[in-house]
Design a binder for this molecule. Structure first.
Ligand code: 5GP
Length: 189
């Protein structure tokens, strides 16, 4: 998606270890106009898919997911990274975060993810695919079906996308980065 690629080149910043910072328009300050355009693009790409719910993971996935849910007029559920003491009936799984170098629990209440749901997962980044695989596990435990996964930015050099596609999952990424060597952002055409 051209507008996102141009914004990444203009405002994205590279960090050691293949990390891209997009704090200026996605992860800290947010650009709602771009966010809406990205959601419109997801709606276009997943137009043929059977979806009754949008699922994301806190916190950076929530903004794009709610825009998609708003356009599709569907509920949006975010998986939580801390198990709330008041929540019963939980499904949970473990996810390793390479940006933070630790493993955390991700959970969702069975009331909001269950058999019969057809889920579109939306997140900001796809890197090694650990968060996505955690979500796949939660969806499997719940008995729901995964209709597709949409990411704002896929870092193809970390190969999570290859793994998800090899599993037969429909993956759509609005910008694909082939490399961040020497702090140069190498975007796929
Ligand atoms: P994965 O689980 O696919 O390895 O990483 C995806 C998660 O890690 C995303 O939810 C995102 O929050 C975070 N992440 C991965 N790579 C980056 C990056 O380059 N920049 C930022 N800001 N977050 C990232």
């Amino acid at each position: 998606m051209q507008a996102l690629k141009e914004r990444i080149l203009r405002d994205g910043k590279c960090f050691e270890g293949g990390i891209l910072k997009v704090d200026n328009f996605i992860n800290h300050q947010m650009d709602p106009v771009l966010m809406k355009s990205m959601a419109v693009e997801f709606v276009r790409r997943f137009a043929g898919s059977d979806i009754n719910k949008v699922l994301t993971i806190e916190s950076s996935g929530i903004a794009p997911a709610i825009m998609v849910g708003y356009l599709l007029e569907l509920p949006v559920v975010f998986a939580k990274k801390k198990r709330p003491s008041t929540m019963e009936n939980m499904l949970s799984t473990k996810v390793f975060s390479f940006t933070k170098n630790h493993t955390y629990d991700v959970c969702v209440c069975r009331d909001y993810l269950h058999r019969g749901d057809k889920v579109l997962f939306i997140d900001d980044f796809l890197a090694n695919g650990n968060a996505a695989k955690g979500i796949i596990d939660l969806v499997r435990q719940s008995g729901a079906e995964l209709s597709g996964m949409g990411f704002l930015i896929e870092k193809a050099f970390q190969h999570g996308g290859d793994e998800l596609r090899a599993m037969g999952i429909r993956v759509e990424s609005l910008a694909i980065i082939d490399g961040l060597e020497d702090c140069q952002i190498r975007l796929r055409e």
